[in-house]
Ligand binder design. Sequence first.
Ligand code: FAD
Ligand code: NAG
Ligand code: NAG
Ligand code: NAG
Ligand code: NAG
Ligand code: NAG
Ligand code: NAG
Length: 534
Amino acid sequence: MKASISTFWILVLLSISLVTSDDSVNFNSFLRCLPTHSDHSFPIADAILTPNNSSFESIYQQRANNLRIFLSTTSRPAAIITALHPSHAQATVVCAKRHGFQVRIRSGGHDFEGLSYTSEVPFVILDMFNLRSIDVDMASETAWVQAGATTGELYYRIAEKSNVHGFPSGVCTTLGIGGHFSGGGYGFLMRKYGLSIDNVIDAQLIDANGRILNRESMGEDVFWAIRGGGTTSFGIILSWRVKLVRVPPRVTVFTVQRTLEQGATELAYRWQQVAPKLPKDLYIRLQPQPINNGRNNKTVRVSFIGHFLGQTNRLMQLMNTSFPELGLQRSDCLEMSWVESTVYWAEFPDGTNIDVLLDRVQVNRSFSKSKSDYYKAVIPRQGLETLWEALMNIEDIFVQMNPYGGRMEEISDTETAFAHREGNLFMVLYGVTWSESDGGIDAAARYVELSRRLYRTMAPYASSNPREAFLNYRDLDIGSNESDETDFEDAEEYGAKYFRNNFMRLAGVKTKIDPENFFKNEQSIPPLPIRPGH
Ligand SMILES: Cc1cc2nc3c(=O)[nH]c(=O)nc-3n(C[C@H](O)[C@H](O)[C@H](O)COP(=O)(O)OP(=O)(O)OC[C@H]3O[C@@H](n4cnc5c(N)ncnc54)[C@H](O)[C@@H]3O)c2cc1C
Ligand SMILES: *[C@@H]1O[C@H](CO)[C@@H](O)[C@H](O)[C@H]1NC(C)=O
Ligand SMILES: *[C@@H]1O[C@H](CO)[C@@H](O)[C@H](O)[C@H]1NC(C)=O
Ligand SMILES: *[C@@H]1O[C@H](CO)[C@@H](O)[C@H](O)[C@H]1NC(C)=O
Ligand SMILES: *[C@@H]1O[C@H](CO)[C@@H](O)[C@H](O)[C@H]1NC(C)=O
Ligand SMILES: *[C@@H]1O[C@H](CO)[C@@H](O)[C@H](O)[C@H]1NC(C)=O
Ligand SMILES: CC(=O)N[C@H]1CO[C@H](CO)[C@@H](O)[C@@H]1O
């Protein structure tokens, strides 16, 4: 009797798995499934692009921002669902799961390793770009922002309603809010107000069953995880509700540049001690860059790029007491509205109209490879010399040193999933970018190796055990997995670097909300392994 019951169940299970494997990767069934799970008032046919549609390739390319990835991959999605209504995103989850497709979620397409638009297994792209409404409510000083809106649009829409409100997010103005917030989101307001996620108060998330959850229905554990833990491991963000922050009507920006000959080493040494301890209103980024003054006369020019929540007079006094060595002059300073300062920081030419914030697409795509580091101790002078030496040997290098401290050290490592808070002096981005005329895709291996060499060079000075990394600066070199599996031990490796001690809690949340591990990529959070005897 017992034996026949289990035989029966084995047969049932076998037939189920036969049906699923038969049906899996069944594209036509997937396409037929979509309309049955979405709102008929918003026909999903208008959102489905298959390789047969003439715009398929251009939509795919338009937000495949890194040419290093785009031109080296042959992977193409079976379809791109350019959701026009939340139910289109819900249907994509339900139908992709049922018919054996992986879902890659794309908002702004800026992922440094292209994980939002490539995969090694059959997949579809859920493109959130059209879900981009921004509702600013001045009465409550909050806004609901859909995932497909860009950082620039958010700044612009806030400024339409108020010149004394802003939001702490990234410097580049074409970042998608969906992806950008999932790793934290930082910009020049970080020392005053923390990260984007520190100012998120609610969210709408689609889970692996296609349900839309809000903060209350997802629970505080999930809400904790999606703030800095890489939202894409847990579901699809439809929208974030943010608390706007107060800014003065006029702010001050400046850029001061010094070459090695002009004492840049000593200034950079001093900056490390000063910048993380300045009053919160002042943010000074350090940006060293190799320059060539003609034959065999290379040097490094260090830019000190400042943002001050106040006017020139107060800034001059403050610099005079805390960083007089820099020699900031009144004439270096520009006063403007907060929204204009976002345009300045995004490196548009002086005087560019703020309408540029509404340009949603990165026009000139380039090739790039980026890596990140956290520093907890001052780099000694000799270490800086080593860095300059390395920079002068690499053209097209991009280094940004971003001071922490201020609000960043008031928030504990466990308050959100973002764990790089107190004790960090600054976070560094090393990026190499190059263009077609520098060799394009054929030069990729060489440039990637240059970025790795620089990273090795700085190892003695950066954080260690683990050598921490910033999730938004995604780097597959620090540990990764194949597209369709998430080995727990591999995940522990990159997980410790991105999330430190929050990794295990993230895996616990994943186990609850997505135990089947439907949402995955090369660096996603896996569910906790099932240990024998538990
Ligand atoms: C030029 C440039 C400048 C940058 N400047 C800054 C900066 O100042 N500050 C900063 O913090 N970062 C910065 N970044 C990094 C940026 O924040 C990340 O690349 C971010 O992930 C981009 O989000 P996205 O939506 O544009 O990208 P996407 O490639 O669309 O998405 C990135 C990741 O998030 C996932 N994802 C996207 N949308 C959703 C969603 N709706 N729900 C769930 N998961 C989703 C994707 O699957 C992917 O894994 C910069 C990047 C670039 C290229
Ligand atoms: C793509 O083409 C199909 C027919 O092949 C059509 O039904 C669908 O509406 C097209 N999608 C878009 C977004 O135009
Ligand atoms: C695409 O076009 C081909 C040839 O016209 C056709 O056989 C196929 O069914 C079409 N696919 C879809 C998804 O419409
Ligand atoms: C090299 O360039 C620097 C300016 O960056 C200049 O001060 C110096 O005189 C130059 N040296 C030579 C030999 O040209
Ligand atoms: C800076 O401080 C010095 C000495 O305290 C003072 O003489 C000078 O006028 C100050 N400069 C500015 C710009 O405030
Ligand atoms: C893009 O590149 C072209 C050609 O190099 C240049 O003319 C144009 O100004 C660039 N556009 C932007 C927005 O940078
Ligand atoms: C792409 C990649 O890094 N894949 C790794 C995934 O994990 C296995 C071990 O489980 C490694 O062998 C692969 O190199």
